[in-house]
Design a binder for this molecule. Structure first.
Ligand SMILES: Nc1ncnc2c1ncn2[C@@H]1O[C@H](COP(=O)(O)OP(=O)(O)OP(=O)(O)O)[C@@H](O)[C@H]1O
Length: 322
């Protein structure tokens, strides 16, 4: 049984007459202990996908279709408010800004203890001991002292560690991490990645890692899902996809990573902008920017299997289907 199974998730923004189709029929699954990276340019719908899974969509964002099954339970029929409660102890989300999780006016201890007691029947002292152990686990030095601190008394890196500790403290089966390292310097980025990687090895946590940085996904994820203009255009084992991308968009993303080309060679840039989605363009959403576009791309390409557990949504993939 997958920890998470999402089928045909569709999200609209705005009024029902001319909504933006921000996420269109996204399907994905994540197994126990697996890291799946959701990558794509800014505005491609990654965050909305994560928020919908976590039950955190608020108007003008509307989930208009799709099934979300967490640990075998189909939660799609429940209204968003109930979804939030049902999912609270099974999944957790961390964001780029740790202050999206932390309350600035409460001590770290109060926040962690309340998070534990909101979901589990644990006494205050036991909850405090757990909070202390979690700060230690996420690499906070002098944890007893930090427990008494307010968020503003901690550095940015420490705040992100505490936010991750708060997310993990009820041992969720699924962690959704939305660019939690983007605002940190490279040393801290690497430390946070290593921390989450170790945690999921120890506890079998499934991780959905949302990032615009294919380089980060490369070193960390088991599988990668590439999103463009609200659709998943390619998916597969991370190593295979990065070695031989099938979709021209994935190839373009890879060509723009520093270090992907010999020194002295300019990085490839992708011309143009993603299309507007209100309404979405007909046919392939990438065709206006695609070097391989042809007359056939006026029709919407289906998602096809290319072997080795890979899929691609393209009439002219770079890796040919078997
Ligand atoms: N609350 C909102 N109200 C209106 N539009 C929104 C809202 N949240 C997101 N959008 C729009 O939905 C689209 C998808 O946004 P989303 O945040 O999911 O993209 P993303 O791929 O995560 O990009 P980024 O990396 O910049 O966060 C974008 O066009 C964005 O402007």
């Amino acid at each position: 049984m997958s920890v998470l199974d999402v089928k045909d998730l569709t999200i609209h923004i705005g009024d029902t007459k001319s909504p933006a189709h921000a996420v269109d029929s996204v399907s994905l699954h994540i197994e126990r202990g697996e890291v799946v990276a959701l990558v794509g340019e800014s505005g491609s719908g990654k965050t909305l996908t994560g928020l919908a899974i976590a039950g955190l969509l608020d108007p003008p964002l509307r989930r208009v279709g799709g099934e979300i099954t967490l640990l075998g339970e189909n939660l799609s029929a429940l209204p968003e408010s109930q979804l939030r409660r049902r999912r609270g102890d099974r999944l957790a989300m961390v964001f780029q800004d740790p202050m999206a999780t932390l309350n600035p006016v409460l001590r770290i201890e109060t926040q962690l203890v309340e998070t534990i007691r909101a979901h589990r029947n644990v006494g205050r002292n036991a909850a405090r001991d757990e909070a202390l152990a979690m700060l230690d686990e996420v690499g906070i030095t002098l944890p007893a002292q930090r427990l008494r601190a307010y968020p503003h008394e901690l550095s940015g890196g420490m705040r992100q560690r505490v936010a991750i500790g708060a997310a993990l403290i009820n041992r969720p089966a699924l962690l959704i991490a939305d660019e939690p390292t983007t605002a940190l310097d490279v040393t801290l980025q690497a430390q946070i990645l290593a921390l989450i990687d170790q945690y999921r090895r120890d506890h079998g946590t499934a991780v959905l890692w949302i990032t615009h940085d294919l380089g980060v996904a490369a070193g960390f994820a088991d599988r990668v899902l590439v999103m463009y203009a609200g659709q998943i255009v390619e998916s597969g084992p991370c190593a295979r996809v990065l070695q031989a991308p099938a979709h021209p968009y994935t190839a373009a993303l890879l060509g723009a990573i520093p270090g992907s080309v010999p020194p002295g060679t300019p990085l490839a840039t992708l011309p143009g902008q993603p299309p507007g989605l209100s309404p979405p363009p007909e046919g392939c959403r990438f065709r206006a920017r695609c070097p391989r576009a042809a007359a056939a791309c006026i029709a919407a390409p289906p998602q096809v299997a290319t072997g080795e557990a890979r899929t691609v949504r393209c009439f002219f993939p770079l890796v040919t289907p078997p």
